[in-house]
Design a protein around this ligand. Sequence first.
Ligand code: TPP
Length: 348
Amino acid sequence: MTKVLPREDDGDGKCFEDLEIPPDLDLGRQKDMYLKMCLIREFDTKVKELWLDNKIYGLAHSYVGAEAIAVGACAALHPDDYITSTHRGHGHTIAKGADINKMMAELFGKYEGYNRGKGGSMHIADVEHGMLGATGIVGSGMPIALGSALSANVLGNGKITICFHGDGGTNQGVWHETINMAAAWNLPVVFVIENNQMAIGTELSCVSKETDLFRRALGYGIPGVLVDGFNVFEVYLAVKEAVERARAGQGPTLIEARFLRLLGHFVADDQWYRDLTKVEPYWDYDPVKRMREYFILNKLLKEKEIVEIEAKAKASVERSVVYASTECSEPGIDTLYEDIYAHGEVIV
Ligand SMILES: Cc1ncc(C[n+]2csc(CCOP(=O)(O)OP(=O)(O)O)c2C)c(N)n1
């Protein structure tokens, strides 16, 4: 397996830093971040259960284990900034503030869902909260982020776009074209590679000679930063700095958030292609567990307060299932051609 850890083992087997109290995040914001991480964890755990139970349609890819990235990055944005997503988009969507009832309704194929039940997991978009869309085509969020950043520049509205994508997306031609153009035009975009080391069953080292993906930034004349993708505060601090640079007109940054995919590629993947005993130790770095321990070790929250946050997340997800399964409606046949074009009629 490729070297996963952002840092070399320091000799005592400890490769990750402890979570440190970030200078500019008060406890209220940290609690909000933890709630979002728990929401993502509960949501995608439930989605897997529902999928295996044949209750929801289409494929679904779990964000479990990656919560620190979406939550840390989105905490560094203003509410009206933008993000683009991937096929693994539930975490990004929740972190940006989406309504989980509408997300769950979408997965159940209901009209009240974000795409009126016609998109499913891989096409959820929530423009109201600046989430420009998940996409099943690997790498296709890149040009959308570029367009979003270009429009912010032309309009002079000061908005930033974060472009989340996987390591698998970094060998698409459009990845290089996008970063080159964003760099050449100094556009306000932050590229966040969620380097979980795998593209379905293909290890990064099989398809990239240089597995330190952040180093590619050098070739485009922009800063490249490596962070521990299991560490929510490290992600937050790196993205915050990149966002400040972008807002100041200094152009894009490439951030590699390195971690390991803890679960299968999609909800029913049995992972025959990798040795799961090598994955097991990385559950120690589970970002949700890690943040929980941080609250306790630093005496910031009592066990009871943490349990309350976790229970709130669980109840919201349970509620979303009731909403989607019993209170929403199937899309009517007359809605088939709705929302295909932004303006104008479909000619059949
Ligand atoms: C253009 C394109 N090629 C291939 C696929 C099939 N595919 C779906 S997900 C995936 C792996 C993506 O890996 P990565 O970008 O690292 O994201 P991860 O799933 O690891 O989060 C592939 C190859 C696709 N959806 N789109």
